[in-house]
Design a protein around this ligand. Sequence first.
Ligand code: 2HG
Ligand code: ZN
Length: 461
Amino acid sequence: MTDPRLETLLQSCPGLRLKTEPADLEHYGRDWTRRWTPAPLAIALPGSVEEVQAVLRWANAHKVAVVPSGGRTGLSGGAVAANGELVLSLERMNKALDFDAVDRTLTVQAGMPLEAVHNAALEHGLIYPVDFAARGSCTIGGNIATNAGGIRVIRYGNTREWIAGLKVVAGNGELLELNKGLIKNSSGYDFRQLLVGSEGTLGVVVEATLKLTDPPPASNVMLLALPSFEVLMQVFAAFRERMRLEAFEFFTDRAVHHVTAHGAQYPFAETYPYYVVTEYAVADEAGEAAALAAFEHCMEQGWVLDGVISTSQAQAQQLWRLREGITESLARYKPYKNDVSVRISAMPAFLEETQALIGDAYPHFDVVWFGHIGDGNLHINVLKPDDTSDAEFLGQCEHVTKLLAQVLQRFHGSISAEHGIGLVKKPYLSSTRDAAEIALMRGVKQAFDPNGLLNPGKLFD
Ligand code: 2HG
Ligand code: ZN
């Protein structure tokens, strides 16, 4: 430990666990973006709320920037520490603290992995319904910081819907207890909701009281093959009208190409241009009949060319893997990611325009489309060809994102549906939020973090 500031940190917070080995600096200094070279000052691993407060008070006294850190599975650079910041990892604060059967809430420390939250809820016969592929590695604190969405938003909404209360250490080290688990609370500004999606720029979430709900009825998973992009929203409407959908996700043949090369099993004899994986409740025979009716209607219309329904849990998982395995299967191509949304009603027109834009912009690049189409959220991953340098590839992709941001602005959409702005989408924030709103955001930041030490450079400068 060479930096003298770290001695003073340990004096302010005796017993604080610190890591300074180069391998640790690299590991904790980056997220899944891999675009920036990690260069944090050190990694602090507090074991209590008091230690988090002590670290932030020390940071204010010494004007050291702090990057709050969960599972670092983010895709927007929100947890990157590339400028001598202190990484504040919540990984040791990973326990369930309290379950209340009457309130149906689970209070957990922020460093608890999402999957552990799922399991803790199930132990009480309930579910925490926000779910996505990174469940094993991401943490609930990070989910809150980005208002994470995922594959069940269509049924349950985003993380924001499930937060009954938060304990947060603000930028100056003060502990805030926000909403305290209340369902009704009309007593002024709801800072709990302000903290959700604030990307670590206003405070460090240290504890969360999560709402739980009843497990869903039994469900089936159906994989559908589609002839074109144009019919996608018609298929969605036909299914949504007839069934209780738990998920409705789409992907393209390029996604299938990569995910099957990565080990996923493909159930059809032929390949098709577009696919949907949908999960729906089948509480009784009527549920199954409705699913078949929707399928048959879509086949008759020519909107669906083929389909398979899961007959076992194992098969349901196999079908899900075709969708959930996509991000991992693309990682080695250093993809440039867009995560955009528009209102569902605007989706058909937006898809048409975006498809033309992307087709023109990247004639030689492998572009993989997938996402949460039922929420109006598209993921567009552009894969870097081996013979194009990182810088050249990034330059081209940034240029196209500028054009995409203009289209989004016209459609009143968002440049970040669920991954956050972080560093990656910072240049495009003004396509989604107008100047007056961004000015207010700066004012809020100033109020919560007067010295500008929490995750500086993320969201806006
Ligand atoms: C998903 O929906 C995640 O699988 C990741 O949001 C999306 O890799 C991506 O672009
Ligand atoms: Zn997603």
